[in-house]
Design a protein around this ligand. Structure first.
Ligand code: MBD
Ligand code: FE
Length: 308
């Protein structure tokens, strides 16, 4: 029987030392997490016979990943962000906190502080007029009993026709395709925007480099992101993924879920005062009640332009 070096007393004691367990200072929670990372890394290195070249290549990869600010993209692409949703779903099920619109991943491209509008927002800056299809996106926010929630905040963001997001794409105007809409007395939000295109990872970036090695693409279907919040109700992070997209059920970030497919209707009847073809998308949301005040807030994930 071969003894695993990583499991021996000596090595375990060494990693406890490296994780700060000999010190009274520092953060006990982080010490436990780092210890586990060291133990599990050692097991991977030993069990999979990781070569020195593989090890240093992965260290260099992490440097390049961070250098391009793609860590948030990689965790989405490897399905870890989706796993966190599945884990929370299971915890909710056990706690009996069920019902309402399903959650799905936030992704790495939110920007805090979008303009606030009452009931109705124009989201696009008009720069893609003639290229983009105008989209009327509207719906209501309800509680689980079907009561409309007035004064809810619908914070939404989506890509342009090139699949890129303002702020991250410096070619777009500030807060293009990002708004916070406060629902009216009937719990309604209404937006005039454009039909987004799906997102694709930078083919030259480190995330796509990893996906290439896994034999995977880095494409998302066209989608619209939402943070929905209302006093006394549980914060919801979700997305509408658009029907008819080639990648609807082949999303590299695994965000599409049953109940989150938006049926886009294309019309050409002039009824909205738009000449030619335009799109309509209706989507309602149901929020759970908040079990504690903290449940009304989104996660404290560090985000662009967020005041801390
Ligand atoms: C996106 O637009 C997105 O929503 C996710 C999850 C990952 C990359 C780009
Ligand atoms: Fe997105």
């Amino acid at each position: 029987m071969t003894v695993k070096i990583s499991h021996t007393e000596v090595i375990q004691r060494f990693f406890k030392e490296a994780a700060g367990f000999s010190s009274d200072n520092g953060n006990p929670r982080l010490k436990s997490i780092i210890l586990r990372i060291l133990q599990d890394s050692a097991r991977i290195i030993e069990d999979l016979d990781i070569t020195e070249d593989e090890f240093w290549k992965s260290v260099d990869y992490l440097n390049r990943l961070g250098g391009r600010s793609e860590a948030g993209l990689l965790v989405a692409g490897l399905g870890i962000e989706h796993f966190i949703d599945l884990l929370q779903d299971a915890k909710d099920e056990q706690a009996g906190q069920t019902g309402g619109t399903p959650r799905t991943i936030e992704g790495p491209l939110y920007v805090a502080g979008a303009p606030v509008c009452e009931g109705l927002a124009r989201m696009d800056d008009g720069s893609e007029e003639g290229v983009a299809i105008v989209m009327f996106l509207e719906g209501q926010v309800f509680d689980l009993s079907g009561q409309p929630l007035a004064g809810a905040t619908v914070d939404l963001w989506h890509a342009n026709t090139k699949g890129t997001y303002s702020f991250f794409d410096q070619g777009q105007s500030e807060y293009n395709l990002r708004r916070r809409i406060i629902t009216d007395a009937q719990g309604r939000y209404r937006a005039r925007s454009i039909v987004p295109s799906g997102y694709g990872c930078d083919p030259q970036g480190p995330t796509q480099e990893c996906l290439d090695q896994l034999g995977r693409h880095g494409q998302r279907p066209a989608h619209v992101h939402f943070f929905i919040s209302a006093p006394g109700h549980r914060h919801l992070t979700t997305q509408i993924n658009l029907s008819g997209d080639k990648y609807l059920w082949d999303d590299f970030a695994y965000a599409t879920r049953d109940g989150l497919v938006g049926e886009v209707q294309f019309r050409d009847d002039g009824a909205r005062g738009v000449a030619g073809r335009y799109a309509e998308l209706r989507f309602d949301f149901q929020l759970q009640q908040a079990v504690a005040p903290a449940a009304e807030q989104r996660s404290h994930r560090p985000r662009a332009l967020q005041q801390v």
